[in-house]
Design a protein around this ligand. Structure first.
Ligand SMILES: NC(=O)c1ccc[n+]([C@@H]2O[C@H](COP(=O)([O-])OP(=O)(O)OC[C@H]3O[C@@H](n4cnc5c(N)ncnc54)[C@H](OP(=O)(O)O)[C@@H]3O)[C@@H](O)[C@H]2O)c1
Length: 169
């Protein structure tokens, strides 16, 4: 994205988490995102296009296919899982290590869902978060954010959503 100069840190790609959260950290309901925000989907595409994305098997099935213009890595424990035009991995850290070996990959995006965010939140370098004014039900949530973070970008959308980018200090 143009707002932040992409560069590798310590000779490895930046590990970025991108998510949209409701007022109580809600992210999903019945396998879907429980709101409709075309603005946020556009921003998600603009930020992640050209970079590899890592997602859980349930999120992949919810999307229904690979995200175009991005290398898609699906995490599953199923040895014979088939996802056309995607890479399959059985371990998130290994998936990141393999992607990191490609020096073209300046930034790797972790795009959910809950189980994948939980595993990565403790070592992510950046968080791209959209806070949606949604207070309804959910069955999946974003994990607690711990540690020290600097807000490097912040904007309000017309629909009342807030988008922020945090960098781990
Ligand atoms: N609001 C947002 O920004 C956002 C973004 C993404 C997703 N979502 C929502 O989040 C919900 C899905 O979240 P979720 O937690 O239920 O599912 P998920 O994280 O998308 O996928 C879970 C699956 O990933 C695999 N997996 C996870 N960790 C693994 C590991 N360490 N090793 C091997 N496989 C692993 C397992 O697949 P197998 O069962 O095949 O082994 C597991 O069942 C949906 O409602 C979706 O719409 C919201």
């Amino acid at each position: 994205m143009s707002l932040i100069k992409k560069s590798r840190v310590q000779n490895r790609p930046i590990i970025s988490v991108i998510a949209a959260l409701g007022c109580r950290g809600q992210i999903g309901l019945d396998g879907k995102i429980p709101w409709d925000s075309s603005k946020d989907l556009q921003r998600f595409k603009w930020i992640t296009i050209g970079s590899p994305v890592i997602m859980g098997r349930k999120t992949y099935e919810s999307i229904g296919g690979p995200l175009v213009g991005r290398q898609n890595v699906i995490i599953t424990s199923q040895q014979d899982y088939n996802a056309p035009m995607c890479n399959i991995a059985h371990n998130i850290k290994e998936a990141i290590e393999v992607l990191a070996q490609n020096s073209w990959n300046k930034e790797i995006f972790i795009i959910g869902g809950e189980s994948i965010y939980k595993e990565v939140i403790n070592y992510a370098d950046m968080l791209y978060l959209t806070h949606i004014p949604y207070s309804g039900p959910a069955d999946t949530y974003f994990p607690k954010i711990v540690g020290n973070w600097n807000r490097v970008f912040n904007e309000m959308d017309k629909d009342g959503s807030q988008f922020e980018v945090l960098w781990r200090t």
